[in-house]
Design a protein around this ligand. Sequence first.
Ligand code: ADE
Length: 233
Amino acid sequence: MFDGPLNHSIIGRAQDKGIIETDVHNLRKWTHDKHQVTDDYPYGGGSGMVMKAEPFFEAVDELREKNKGAKVVLMTPQGEPFCDAKARKLAKLPGLIILCGRYEGVDERVRLIADMEISIGDYVLTGGELPAMVLIDAVARLNPGVVKEAESTAKDSHAENLLEHPHYTRPPEFMGKKVPDVLLSGDHGKIEKWRREQSIIRTAERRPDLITRANLTNSEKELARRVTEKNHD
Ligand code: ADE
């Protein structure tokens, strides 16, 4: 499951360059029975299986030893919602040990070894693998040198609780829709101003929950307020 997202494209190249390193482990490695069983029936009955605590504990013991300072993250739909600010905090850590649950759930005691529990959204996936890859991708690209220009993650959507401005490339006119003149003007001051305004307008239109948390000047707040009012008409 992990091969595509981790070993190709931007994340793959970042690994080739040695900027980041990922290792995928099979929990069965930390079992001691012939069939390498990692799940069992739930106490109290019910459908589905529960992942056993012991393999997680042994795995984390060994991986913490090898990755000093790494934090242990349990991927679970019951975790703290993942966001840009969280990704930036995690990117500063020396490493992450990410635990992926499967089946119906993991034994409650696994939570004891996790430094944090993270959810990638209010929906349930069949396992923690895809959420782990989402987390790895979002955190990895914040490391210097992973994406091309140093500034390009600073202006990401969500970086300052603002969505990013629209982008255009050639042709200058497509299906009757023109690229805004300002982008062809060569006037970098004007372009920056336009982009900032667009970013505020977009966020106010689409994500009123975010705009209230953005750091805006008084005139920018006024712009956002006008957009929000118009949307409510
Ligand atoms: N495992 C299953 N669903 C998940 C979610 N939404 N976030 C994190 N881990 C999960």
